[in-house]
Write a protein that binds this ligand. Structure first.
Ligand SMILES: [Zn+2]
Length: 254
């Protein structure tokens, strides 16, 4: 196994554990990484809760979301990841969660917008995907087929986050460091916006501020600081060592 592959697999473990420890994922939710040497494959844990994910839980899936030579129990919603990777060649990592704080914005017409500076990279517009729009009301609302995953990815389009009506959110990035940071601050931003709305009119970040703040450099000292802090806090510091730099796999031409 190359360093890049080992790095990607470890990053999936670390990200699951961080997002569980930070209250973003609970018994459900998942993280995936595109295979660094074959863009038609991705890594994702078998169906275990994010806090419990270990390196041996990581499975390999093909572009259609099918497990590759593996009979373990795969998460039903792996098609979220397959759909996003299919439609977004720039994306190397995907997170899906059901975090309470974001769901009110998926079932109302109130827009979730950046209100705190650390969440500027959620960007000023977050689309909402409603499974019933394309598939009617005869679904269990889970993304259980490639058709569902591709439909979700179409609504995500070029955004970093998409809300899912009455369900949760999906976020995507080229960098695991950037994505985990976004997913930690997304629900905090939602909570603060909801609190502010109880008080009355609120003032979101301004367009120029979002533009200046919104590009998080995953290699910056500040990004690496938070990544290492969160990894250590959830007991994953040893997984940071060796096997290349975190979260920036060099892709082959395949
Ligand atoms: Zn879900």
């Amino acid at each position: 196994m190359t360093d890049a592959v080992e790095r990607a697999r470890r990053d999936v473990v670390i990200a699951n554990r961080i997002l569980a420890a930070e209250g973003v994922l609970d018994a459900f939710g998942h993280v995936s990484a595109r295979h660094p040497l074959d863009k038609n494959l991705f890594f994702m844990a078998q169906s275990v809760s994010p806090e419990l994910v270990e390196i041996d839980d990581i499975m390999t899936f093909d572009a259609q979301g099918n497990p590759v030579d593996d009979r373990r129990h795969a998460s039903v919603e792996r098609f979220i990841h397959a759909g996003v990777y299919a439609r977004r060649p720039d994306v190397n990592f995907v997170v899906h969660g059901h975090t309470d704080e974001v769901i009110p914005f998926s079932i109302t017409d109130v827009a979730l917008v950046p209100v705190i500076n650390v969440a500027a990279d959620i960007t000023a517009h977050i689309p909402t995907w409603d499974i019933a729009d394309e598939f009617g009301d005869n679904t269990n609302t889970l993304i259980s087929s490639m058709a569902h995953g591709l439909s979700l990815a179409q609504t995500l389009a070029d955004h970093r986050v998409v809300l899912m009506r009455g369900h949760g959110f999906t976020a995507a990035s080229s960098s695991i460091v950037q994505l985990v940071r976004l997913c930690v601050y997304l629900p905090r931003n939602a909570r603060i916006q909801l609190e502010a709305m109880r008080l009355g009119e609120f003032r979101p970040l301004k367009a120029g501020e979002i533009a200046r703040l919104g590009e998080i450099d995953p290699d910056s000292p500040a990004s690496q600081r938070s990544w290492r802090y969160w990894a250590r806090k959830c007991g994953c510091e040893s997984l940071l060592e060796n096997a290349g730099a975190p979260g920036r796999p060099a892709f082959s031409a395949s």
